[in-house]
Write a protein that binds this ligand. Sequence first.
Ligand code: FEO
Ligand code: CA
Ligand code: CA
Length: 681
Amino acid sequence: MKLLPLLTGHSSSRAAVTCTYRCGDACFHEVPNTSANPTFADVLTEVSRRGALKAGAVVALATGGLAATTAPALAEPEQGKPKPPPGLDFERVEPNTLDAVVVPDGYEQGIVIRWGDPVLPGAPAWDITRQTGDAQAKQFGYNCDFAALLPFDHAGLAALLVTNHEYTTETHMFPGYDENNPTEEQVKVAWAAHGLTVVLVTRSPWSGQYRPKPSRFNRRITLHTPFQVTGPAAGSDLLKTSADPTGTVVLGTMNNCAGGVTPWGTILSGEENVNQYFANADLVADEQTRKRLARYGIKGTGTVRKWERFDSRFDLTKQVNEANRFGWVIELDPHDPESTPVKHTHLGRFKHECANIRIVADGRVVAYSGDDERFEYIYKFVSNGKVKKGDSTHARRHNMTLLDDGTLYVGRFTGDSPAAEIDGTGKLPSDGEFDGSGEWIPLAAGNRSFVDGMTAEEVYVFTREAADKVGATKMDRPEDIQAHPKTGRIYCALSNNVERGNPGKEGATEPNPRLNNKHGQVLEFEEAGGDALALKFSWRLFLVCGDPAAPDTYFAGFPKDQVSPISSPDNVAFDRHGNLWISTDSAGALGINDGLYGVPLDGKQRGNLKLFLTVPKGAETCGPIVGDKVVTVCVQHPGELDGASADNPVSHWPDGGASVPRPSVVAVWKPGRHGLSDIGG
Ligand code: FEO
Ligand code: CA
Ligand code: CA
């Protein structure tokens, strides 16, 4: 097998335009985490002293059933092709650079909804030359990321499709766009193209082709939708502005990346790279405030989109607290179109990729969330209240308060191999795995802070700073994180971190074992005793991503000549058979388009990663929902390559011809009649 061609030159494998508009050029700025947490060597010494905290000891606490499934089964070499496990019976797609969605032989595909398609009554037909803020507020937003399909009938033929619209790429949205002088109308379009969409979709039993339908449940959430702030930081002085002296009502949400469906049928969504929208941090007089802004990557003067020219709340010299009102996990009840969405402060403020819920045996809930930036942390929240069963509005109202009362923790991950064996190349240590143990360190519970020198309110609003102080583990961009619905094991995509090992930056650690980490890794961990409330856990790297022919990659011990190449894991999902699905954001680091992969987690084929679909050039694969015969994904930022624009599109997906590319939701299905178990949700 040949090494795949590697892209060179650009320090991120994404196009520069994506870096600018999606993350505010996060990769080109100084890493905001300059804290001096304990080094890996310090932690290792401590662990050696305590001895008993070795991963094995923690795993040994696990219940019989879980323990039996947690030890990674090394694949036995087999003659010929192994039989595909249930749910993964498709011919793998070859990596490619096509301007198309490529699916396995025997599958069909169709567009569910595109940027600009009507969502609300009165939405005008999309016309890129005549977009207005009012039109966009009734149409499907830009750059769909997370997606959920909430069942709406008993036959599985109707669902509420909920998607995030992470960010706008103005140079691709407006012909003749002048980056130095955006018009007020263009800015209004951008405000309306952010947020979320709720839209009813239906399909026939013979096809996975969902189509949007008018419905009273259809809804757009934008930068102007009121949100109720909930949890212990609601009403804090740190959240008050002149427009909201109560610190409890925020207009809008933005940069919503991934999310989660709660067991009670609402949507969680993470506000991620919100730093890029706020201007003039460098002009804020108070030094402590400037430092706190910088810890969130909020620096400089003017912003790329220049919203501060049209709404003073984006100018920190006028409303210094407005930035504190973003960076939260929001919750939306799509079943009640009149409901006010909330921002849950108890889950802390950082660059939330997502949040996902697990219900504990006693009815309490646990939420996991990652802070997606280089050298940031993984968090866990445990509720005090218990879930109310049923799908009544009353139950949902109660359950929507569960994330407002509990304890917030941050993760510390410790390796079990000698530091000298973690040499930064990705070479496996002598015990055969990157693995170890870990613990959850409490940050705050209600009005009680566990962090010296910080009030509880400060812990919630400046959570990164609190996590620095307690010695959390700096990870390689924690993205989507979800507990497996059957085993309870937790999977976290760690996207990449090309800064690891650079001068002044932390070097290799066992959970983040590669310097200049271009391709990322997938972390697997389980709470001690299989108990989601436990404060200790064991962990291992399930995948160390990249070109399987490269020596620094690892696929859970499965023979590497049989797996698909993968770079920059981003979203994770599970199918009903228990397989893990991973979508990627930056496979350009391997010279290939992004895609969606399926992989068994147990048995002889654990680690046999298979590429299921790829998205058009310049695009990212997001929001996978995986059924046996119907799979949907969001195709985000198609054609977003350097040099491209609305005047010079390099992708013409999905409309073809000379059209501009449009971010869209795509359905992929196997022909035939589809039962309930065949669709994801
Ligand atoms: Fe928006 Fe973490 O990707
Ligand atoms: Ca080890
Ligand atoms: Ca993401």
